[in-house]
Design a protein around this ligand. Structure first.
Ligand code: ATP
Length: 242
C-alpha cells in the first residue's frame, strides 16, 4: 500500500528552480532513505511534502489524495509529521512543557486517523533520557537529548503515519547516533513508516529498505538500500563516501 506519492514535482525558492521533476514513493511500513550531497535538495523535498514550500508543478499524494496546497498544520493532522533539521525545541521551556505544547495540536476529522498515536506518557516510556529530564530546560540539554526531544515532539498529538526525519544524526556523537538508530528501528517496528533524510549515507542505508539518491535537485537513482550499500562506485560518485 502506497502511503506517500511524490509525483513529478518542481519546487522553487523565488526564481531559483531547486527540485526538477522529483518523484518518489513510500510504501506502508517501509523506511525509505533520501540521500545526497550538501545542497542536493533533500530538505527542500521534505519542505515540499509538508507544504512549507509547496511545489509549482506536480502532485504530493497521501493514500492517493492530493495534499499539495494544504497548510503544514493540516498536513500534520493528516498524519505526516516532520522533524526539521534545526531541532525545533523551545530552549527556555522544560522537556515536559515542550511536549505539552506539541501535544496540543488537535486531530482533524478530515485527517485519515491512520497511524500510531503516542501519549506524552508513552514518549517517556520510550525515551528514558527525557523521562529523567522532565523538569530540565531543553536548552541546557546535550545535542543528542535535544534531538530526542525534537523527535518526541513530532510523535505526540494527532496519529503519525509517516515520520519524515531531516538529518537526525547531524552533529551527534557516535554513541548517540546509535541511540537515534535504535529509536528509528523501534518506531518502525511499532508500525510507523519513515522517510529518512541523511547526510550520513551509511547510517541511512543500513536502516532503510530502499533509497533515493538526489543530485542537484534530480532523482539520480533509486534501489534497495543493501544494493547501494554494496556499490562502491555509487557511494563514491554520488555521495563522496566509501
Ligand atoms: P543540506 O544537507 O546542506 O541541508 P539539502 O540536500 O537538504 O542540503 P536543500 O537545503 O534542500 O539541500 O537546498 C537545495 C538548494 O536550494 C541549495 O542550492 C540551497 O542553496 C537552495 N536553498 C535552500 N533554501 C533556500 C532558500 N530559502 N532560498 C533560496 N535557496 C535556497
Amino acid at each position: 500500500m502506497t502511503v506517500l506519492d511524490v509525483d513529478s514535482v518542481d519546487t522553487y525558492y523565488g526564481p531559483s528552480h531547486v527540485l526538477h521533476d522529483v518523484s518518489l514513493n513510500v510504501e506502508a511500513d517501509e523506511i525509505v532513505a533520501l540521500i545526497g550531497r550538501n545542497g542536493a535538495g533533500k530538505t527542500t523535498t521534505l519542505r515540499t511534502i509538508m507544504g512549507v514550500t509547496p511545489p509549482k508543478n506536480g502532485d504530493v499524494r497521501l493514500h492517493g489524495d492530493p495534499i499539495q496546497g494544504l497548510s503544514p498544520n493540516k498536513i500534520r493532522r493528516h498524519g505526516i509529521s516532520w522533524t526539521p533539521e534545526d531541532r525545533r525545541v523551545f530552549p527556555d521551556l522544560t522537556v515536559a512543557e515542550n511536549l505539552r505544547i506539541a501535544n496540543r495540536v488537535e486531530p482533524d476529522n478530515e485527517g485519515t486517523n491512520r497511524g500510531t498515536t503516542f501519549t506524552v506518557e508513552e514518549v517517556y516510556e520510550s525515551f528514558d533520557r527525557l523521562d529523567e529530564r522532565r523538569d530540565q530546560r531543553a536548552g541546557t540539554m546535550s545535542g543528542g537529548e535535544q534531538q530526542m526531544l525534537a523527535i518526541a515532539r513530532s510523535l505526540v498529538g494527532p496519529p503519525v503515519e509517516l515520520l519524515a526525519l531531516d538529518e537526525p544524526s547531524e552533529g551527534l556523537a557516535p554513541k548517540i547516533v546509535d541511540d537515534v538508530r535504535d529509536m528509528i528501528e523501534r518506531l518502525n517496528e511499532r508500525g510507523m513508516t519513515i522517510l529518512l533524510v541523511e547526510q550520513n549515507a551509511h547510517l541511512a542505508l543500513e536502516l532503510a529498505d530502499r533509497a533515493y539518491i538526489l543530485e542537484t535537485g534530480h532523482i539520480e537513482l533509486t534501489a534497495p538500500a543493501d544494493e547501494l550499500l554494496a556499490d562502491q562506485d555509487v557511494l563514491e560518485t554520488y555521495l563522496g563516501v566509501r
